[in-house]
Write a protein that binds this ligand. Structure first.
Ligand code: F0G
Length: 472
């Protein structure tokens, strides 16, 4: 861990910058204001006002910096209600890079998940997933399916080093198929670079074996391709066969083993809004094309403006630039390196879109029922003005059948890093703040939940410190 860190510089220069407001800059030195802000937000960083945030690592979703080329494309928006030119550009880009035949645009990823779940799932079905993503799972459950975890056990262990924690446990999957029958499994839900596991990839070897198994039982594989480029990068770095393959070739090969994908364009694709459902099956496509009109908009815009589709089309070509993705992941590894050097407990290996602090090891004095990751996340903000997100028991929510909290093995705080937005100076600043907080970790109190919503409660839940103050 003490080896010298090798920086990979990015393939761009900064041409325009977003100026922070005076309030945003002043928050760095104003602890009192931060304490008031987080209390007002019910100790939930989702409920903070952006004016009270200095560094925003809440999410890498829709927060990326577009290129001059994308902005130029925004001016070429064809805002025709039907048959916009930009739709055809997007369709071409999806066919060329992902390789799927059909495209249904949506305003963001979860809209594509909604449509796909409605079409493919019947009540009483089972959907195996390599762990879960909040929105994909909620749409599976709302459509009447039971979510089944078929991730490998290492995915749930933050300190175990495994190069492919996103792999599917094929034995677990086959056991499920034999138990419930293939006809009850509408598709295998496969997420690239598993978000909730810390941005961890699956290997191509695992995917090939998964394809074989699914062929045997005639089960389609529907990819969550939101971070497929980051997954492709790890395959290139960690699987010998792919050392000299391009990111574009690897992305294409991943998709070739799947039957379709839902994608949130707000991540890999480097835009602020957008998503799509893509597939090779004409029947699924025709049904999705019919449904998108009900929920999103006509099938040639799916809730997006023409200019958004143009920015997406251009982002799809930019995202597979090998130097771009290497520099992007390298920046995250740099922050991880600083934290590991100071013995701050984080998920290893460092993932593709952020650093995940292990709250169970960071705050061993707080039981999971007192939401240690939520408390840590609030404490980070309170200490430094940096905003992260809870990814533990709060995000995991309640079992829809029993109503009991799902006690996730992982109890993490995610510091998600937007693409092309922050510099290494920001990483140094963040590392210093987290290391400082780690030294005073015993002073941090647990929380009790005082308000929650039925679905996706982490967005709006409110909390209070168990003790008098969050940080004594
Ligand atoms: N799938 C994955 C893996 C995601 O990370 C997200 C969103 C979605 C689907 C849903 O896409 O937001 O466009 O509707 N993740 C964001 C995040 C919210 O912060 O990780 P969306």
């Amino acid at each position: 861990m003490t080896r010298e860190f090798q920086i990979i510089p990015p393939p761009y220069r900064i041409k325009a910058v977003e100026l922070l407001t005076k309030k945003q800059v002043d928050i760095i030195d104003n602890r009192k204001r931060r304490e008031i802000a987080i209390k007002k937000a019910g100790y939930n960083t989702f409920l903070l006002e952006e004016d009270d945030v200095y560094i925003d690592f809440l999410t890498d979703s829709g927060t990326n910096a577009m290129s001059d080329n994308q902005w130029a494309g925004m001016m070429l928006g064809d805002e025709a209600y039907a048959g916009s030119k930009n739709f055809y550009h997007l369709e071409k880009a999806v066919r060329e890079i992902y390789g799927y035949k059909y495209l249904v645009p949506t305003h963001q990823g979860r809209a594509a998940e909604h449509i796909m779940s409605k079409i493919l799932i019947k009540p009483g079905d089972f959907v195996p997933n390599n762990m879960y993503f909040t929105t994909r799972r909620v749409h599976q459950e709302l459509a009447g399916a039971m979510w089944i975890d078929v991730s490998i056990k290492e995915a749930h262990e933050s300190a175990t080093w495994h190069p492919f924690k996103g792999n599917v446990d094929l034995e677990k999957l086959e056991k499920l198929i034999k138990k419930v029958g293939a006809s009850k499994i509408p598709y295998m839900s496969l997420e690239a670079n598993v978000n909730m596991a810390g941005g961890q990839p699956f290997s191509m070897a695992n995917l090939r074996a998964l394809r074989k198994l699914c062929n045997k039982y005639r089960i389609p594989i529907m990819l969550d391709g939101t971070r497929v480029v980051e997954n492709a990068y790890f395959i290139q770095q960690r699987e010998n066969e792919f050392k000299s393959k391009t990111i574009k070739e690897i992305v294409r090969e991943i998709c070739s083993y799947t039957d379709g994908a839902t994608v949130s364009a707000k991540k890999d694709i480097l835009v602020n809004i957008g998503g799509f459902l893509s597939c090779n099956n004409e029947k699924l496509f025709l049904e999705a094309k019919a449904l998108v009109v009900v929920y999103e908009g006509l099938h040639t815009y799916g809730g997006l403006a023409g200019r958004d589709m143009e920015a997406m089309a251009r982002g799809i070509y930019e995202m597979v630039n090998g130097r771009h993705i290497a520099a992007r992941v390298n920046q995250i590894e740099y922050l991880g390196h600083l934290l590991l050097k100071a013995k701050v407990p984080i998920m290893v290996p460092v993932g593709g879109h952020g650093i995940f602090l292990d709250a169970k090891r960071f705050l061993p004095h707080i039981p999971q029922k007192q939401y240690p990751a939520q408390a840590l996340c609030a404490a980070i903000y309170s200490e430094s003005g940096i905003r992260g997100m809870e990814r533990g028991i709060v995000s995991s929510g309640r079992d829809p059948k029993t109503g009991k909290e799902r006690e996730s093995k992982l109890e993490l705080v995610r510091l998600a890093i937007p693409r092309r937005v922050y510099t290494h100076t920001d990483m140094d600043f963040v590392a210093q703040a987290i290391i400082r907080l780690h030294k005073m970790r015993k002073k941090i109190s647990g929380l009790k939940m005082v308000y929650e919503t039925k679905q996706l409660r982490f967005f709006q839940a409110k909390f209070k410190p168990i003790g008098e103050k969050l940080i004594k």
